[in-house]
Design a protein around this ligand. Structure first.
Ligand SMILES: Cc1ncc(COP(=O)(O)O)c(C=O)c1O
Length: 395
């Protein structure tokens, strides 16, 4: 019999009842070190006092207001994002998928308003993930994502990750935009080098198409910059944000230049919940903290510490791990054993990690994680790796 909750997830039998900083507490009292942070969502950890204060203060005043009215909390958050980035304007959503939908619409509308309505095609990359909507699955077009969900939306093509020559050949007069994650998340933590970002920007300029960056997973401080593309000197035309920006509250955003956003006039897009006072009060509390230069330097420093310890872990467990990759606190461990077995073994050591494609275990801890917790996480991973290897050998 189908359960009351639609069974689209294979869930671990864990019942967390409380979160404290980098820790999740199971109902039986066990304390799990959370190196997943709700898949890069709990940027400030669980129950951060600033976020609890923002939630309760705003919650006592006004939760929701339609976008038919002015919303000061939304204006403040948009101003903060504009000041800290390439963007001139921001639209607030509730998720990464909704940010994807608007990014696609905005790019197409831009060319329509520019007198080139034939430019509708969006090029995405293998290994990418942009959400689960009809447009987002058509963009990626892997069998796993699209099987049974046809007919697929037209207007999307896929390029090979890292093959800029092949990409160049794919871009035609009908290409509206190229969309890419500066660090692929679900694809197995694959970062673009700054030189590759520059080459990509130059190619889009040369060919006359927009560049959309999906920073849903790698943005909001995760790599040690507020946004990952800021490690290079390039800027996109449109950028998708979600996950960390709400610190656990469903909030997303699309940032754009004035030029790229020129088609999005009154009536062309909307959202009932997007940018409501409660969500934006929390978003402001997150950005106030994360956009601070000192905070970001700490993320970068802790990222280096984690990296260094993980290199040691890989060297010490050559039958289990192959390599470490990623940037800041967005790290992947390329595995030799099936990554799912390591995630399971880590549960046994009271450690939360997240599997990804390409046989990678992802580590996406709260950005507030301490040095001691980083040491503890690598220690637990070491014990999990040894346990997983023993099970494999015994089996
Ligand atoms: C890079 C990227 N884009 C888009 C999405 C979709 O976001 P959401 O699940 O909030 O709709 C995700 C989610 O994992 C993501 O990692």
């Amino acid at each position: 019999m189908i359960p009351p909750v639609l069974p689209t997830y294979n869930r671990a039998p864990l019942h967390f009842v409380k979160g404290e900083g980098s820790w999740l507490i199971e109902e039986d009292g066990r304390r799990f070190l959370d190196m997943g942070a709700g898949i890069a969502v709990n940027a400030l950890g669980h129950s951060h006092p600033d976020l609890v204060a923002a939630l309760t203060e705003q919650g006592q005043k006004l939760w929701h207001l339609s976008n038919l009215y002015e919303i000061p909390q939304q204006e403040e958050l948009a101003r903060r994002l504009v000041e800290a980035t390439f963007a001139d304007t921001v639209f607030f959503t509730n998720s990464g998928t909704e940010s994807m939908e608007l990014a696609v619409k905005m790019a197409r509308k831009y060319w329509y308003e520019s007198g080139k309505p034939e430019k509708v095609e969006i090029i995405a990359f293998d290994g990418a993930f942009h959400g689960r909507s009809s447009a987002a699955i058509a963009a990626v077009n892997t069998e796993k994502m699209v099987k049974g969900f046809g007919p697929l939306l037209p207007g999307f093509k896929q390029a090979k990750w890292g093959d800029w020559e092949a990409l160049s050949a794919l871009i035609t007069d009908e290409t509206a935009a190229v969309i890419i994650e500066p660090v692929q998340g679900e694809g197995g933590i694959r970062p673009l080098e700054p030189a590759e970002m520059k080459a990509l920007r130059a190619l889009c300029d040369e060919k006359g198409c927009l560049l959309i960056l999906d920073e849903v997973q790698c943005g909001v401080g995760r790599t040690g910059k507020l946004f990952a593309h800021q490690w290079s000197s390039i800027t996109p035309d449109i950028m998708m944000v979600a996950k960390g920006i709400g610190g656990g509250f469903p909030l997303g955003a699309v940032l754009a230049t004035e030029e790229a956003a020129k088609g999005m006039v009154a009536g062309t897009h909307g959202s009932t919940y997007g940018g409501n006072p409660l969500g934006c009060a929390i978003g402001n509390a997150v950005i106030r903290k994360v956009a601070d230069a000192g905070f970001l330097e700490e993320v970068a420093r802790k990222g280096s510490l984690l990296r260094q310890k993980l290199e040691g872990l890989v060297a010490g467990n050559p039958e289990v791990f192959e390599a470490v990759r990623g940037q800041g606190l967005m790290v992947g461990l390329k595995c030799k054993l099936p990554c799912g077995e390591l995630v399971q073994a880590a549960y046994g050591k009271e450690l939360i990690t997240v599997p990804a494609a390409d046989n990678v275990v992802r580590l996406l801890p709260p950005l507030t994680i301490s040095d001691e917790e980083i040491g503890e996480a690598v220690d637990r991973l070491d014990r999990a790796a040894k346990a997983a290897l023993e099970t494999t050998k015994a089996g």
